[in-house]
Design a protein around this ligand. Structure first.
Ligand SMILES: [Zn+2]
Length: 386
């Protein structure tokens, strides 16, 4: 790979003819069309938060370096931004008055700041490496140099590595904040569309967790039908079974649950009523587990992390049971006491006993001291298994 350092290009040169696509959140072109700011392997512009974009401009005004920028020179002699897209887009958006900075405490757009400040920005020279090489050399390098600014997340790196027709189409569907389905999807998926988290989820589901293999195999596909269909099947399935939407639904691996349960028939009304009941149950500590618990037929209560008795209650109950048992000369484990073996008058130590719900939680028993008894560990385990 050949690299060449350019120090002569100014902000003005780079931002000449800058075009920004507001809808897609992309800086598109600079250098009068000679520079592509967001080639397909690049991520969406994420500096537009009034902080990172402003910081770029303030750095330039103070004469601070804004770091190295890397361009790739393509076979046709065009340039593509390999690293520096966020900084260049911030500069381009500022000089075209798309956002303001504070100047003497007053928000000012580029056209409103003094001429000397305008010139200072426009005449700032950037440090730009231009490299030429094979696609794989460039991609390898892209992985290595991505150190400045906000690091690429896992999916953004995969998009760069497997860039091609498939990623382009997949991003149009899953990374496009203008897609009207996002609102519906966002009930079941968390994360940011422009950070590729919806795409990451869709790929994870369709590939059953083997995203890299899937991307590699489909890299040159000219459609994303399978990805789209599978994703929509999962979403429609969840959406059809659960009538209400809960915040905890966002962080569930619906793809996995779909694989396990989608062939099973469900009574949506019953499912929804049960879900609502468990959601309101103060003893259910893990609300996230409710959905899998209900889909699995309400058997695996481990998923719900039912609240356990606190130490103070256990101590109180232990003391009371032990005192009563000693007076009667029987075991302080009520189940041992009614037995016929040697343990029937054994006084267990506190650490040899566990707390038990007299009436099980699943039968409506509460986790409070009135429903608490201490059992020896053997009896507690035996009861728990029933
Ligand atoms: Zn016992």
């Amino acid at each position: 790979m050949k690299t060449e350092l350019h120090t002569e290009w100014t902000v003005k040169d780079i931002c000449e003819g800058f075009i920004y696509n507001e809808l897609e959140g992309k800086g598109l072109y600079g250098m009068n069309g000679k520079l592509t700011i967001q080639p397909e392997y690049q991520r969406n512009y994420i500096y537009a938060d009034g902080k990172k974009d402003v910081a770029v401009i303030e750095s330039v005004l103070k004469g601070y370096p804004i770091g190295l920028i890397y361009f790739v020179k393509t076979e046709s002699g065009q340039y593509e931004v390999l690293d520096g897209q966020q900084r260049i887009t911030s500069l381009g958006r500022f000089v075209t008055s798309k956002f303001a900075i504070l100047d003497n405490e007053i928000p000012q757009y580029f056209r409103g700041i003094s001429k000397d400040k305008q010139d200072k920005i426009l005449n700032t020279k950037l440090l730009i490496y231009v490299c030429e090489g094979t696609e794989s050399e460039i991609k390898e390098w892209f992985k290595t140099i991505n150190i400045a600014g906000i690091p690429l997340n896992h999916q953004e790196i995969l998009n760069a590595i497997y860039s091609g027709t498939f990623v382009t189409l997949a991003k149009e569907e899953f990374s496009n904040s203008q897609n009207s389905n996002i609102n519906k999807w966002s009930s079941y998926i968390s994360g940011a569309v422009n950070r590729q988290e919806y795409l990451e989820c869709a790929l994870n589901w369709v590939s059953k967790g083997n995203t890299e293999d899937y991307m590699s195999k489909h890299r040159h596909d000219t459609d994303i039908n399978e990805l789209k269909t599978y994703f929509n099947s999962v979403i429609d399935w969840v959406d059809g079974i659960f009538i209400d939407v809960y915040p905890e639904m966002k962080n569930i691996d619906w793809g996995k649950l779909y694989e396990t349960y989608h062939k099973q028939p469900y009574n949506t009304k019953e499912i929804s009523a049960k879900t609502a009941e468990l959601y309101a149950d103060e003893f259910v500590k893990n609300k996230k587990g409710i959905f899998e618990y209900v889909l699995g037929g309400c058997t695996d209560s481990k998923l719900l992390e039912i609240r356990i008795f606190d130490e103070r209650d256990k101590k109180t109950v232990y003391a009371r049971q032990t005192k009563e048992a000693q007076e009667k000369g029987i075991s302080n484990c009520p189940l041992c006491a009614i037995g016929h073996d040697n343990n029937k008058n054994r006084i267990w130590k506190r650490e040899e006993m566990d707390a038990d719900h007299v009436t099980a939680w699943s039968k409506g028993g509460a986790t409070d001291i009135k429903n608490c008894q201490m059992l020896c560990k053997t009896h507690n385990r035996a009861k728990g298994n029933k």
